[in-house]
Design a protein around this ligand. Sequence first.
Ligand code: PEP
Ligand code: MN
Length: 346
Amino acid sequence: MVIVLAADATESDVEAIVDRVVNAGGEAFVSRGVSRVIVGLVGDVDRFETLNFGAMPGVHSVTRISAKYKLVSLEHRQERSTVYVRGVPIGPDTVTLIAGPCAVETPEQTLEAARMAQAAGATLLRGGAFKPRSSPYAFQGLGELGLRILADVRDETGLPVVTEVVSAQDVEMVARYADMLQIGTRNMQNFGLLQAVGEAGKPVLLKRGMSASIEEWLMAAEYVAQRGNLDIVLCERGIRTFETATRNTLDISAVPVVQGLSHLPVMIDPSHSGGRRDLVLPLSRAAIAVGADGVLVDVHPHPEQALCDGPQALVADDLRILQRSLEDLAGVLGRGVPSWRSRRAA
Ligand code: PEP
Ligand code: MN
């Protein structure tokens, strides 16, 4: 159930609603939008319906949400959300480029990749310190050392850092270094991890499970939101199909489908979907044309030496072409591209 407050509702109106929900054994999640306050109710909806929230002071409307996911549903917020990562926006008014190495390997490689990303207009740096590899013999990432490298590179370049966390017990540590916590495809239904990142106080980039339906993906987002964190960005990264010509099949239709169901921003990862450098540009163009809020791409100063996913990593020239293309498309579609000038205090 969702309660939308009137424009002139007061703080004590909000408190009275929250008290009534809590006294009924439920949980209330308060979202303060630009134009209105919305309270999401989680608990026994039949019980809530007996409590007559509609008659309380300051209440504009009460809606029973039919979707299985509530807080992340479009019914809950009714306008598309913008998530800020240290002041960098990801949302409907911008096209955000997140770029960086698949894995943090050395301080030099990470800094070089970050400089490439920044030169091409990326406003967030990606890089994995914990790598969830299919093979236990493959490079697993540098762990906390990798996080320290990322934090140093952020200090050096000013680029906020997006990095993956793979286990619930690491969340607190990763959140100390990172500006945004990434949940990878293999962990999309690791519910303990989702709850832990929901409590970590950092925005979350939630990749779609490679075999997950859109409903399962949104339910995974709900696990994060239900812990009080609505700063979630969804990322489509390709799904498993019979096709072997690409690493995964990019489900381009996921973008408008999700936008019809959820207020959360949605991005595309053309690197992990195609798995091939030559596909990153066309898939990125498709992503922006279909309405994605940005793209997340792998870059590497020396892809042939990369310890992880070299074949899909862009080099400096590719990145420049990509950014130009994103700018052109953003212009045609009436969206801005974030720059340092568009940052606002986090
Ligand atoms: C990544 O972005 O580094 C990654 C491992 O992606 P995915 O979880 O989509 O495979
Ligand atoms: Mn990778």
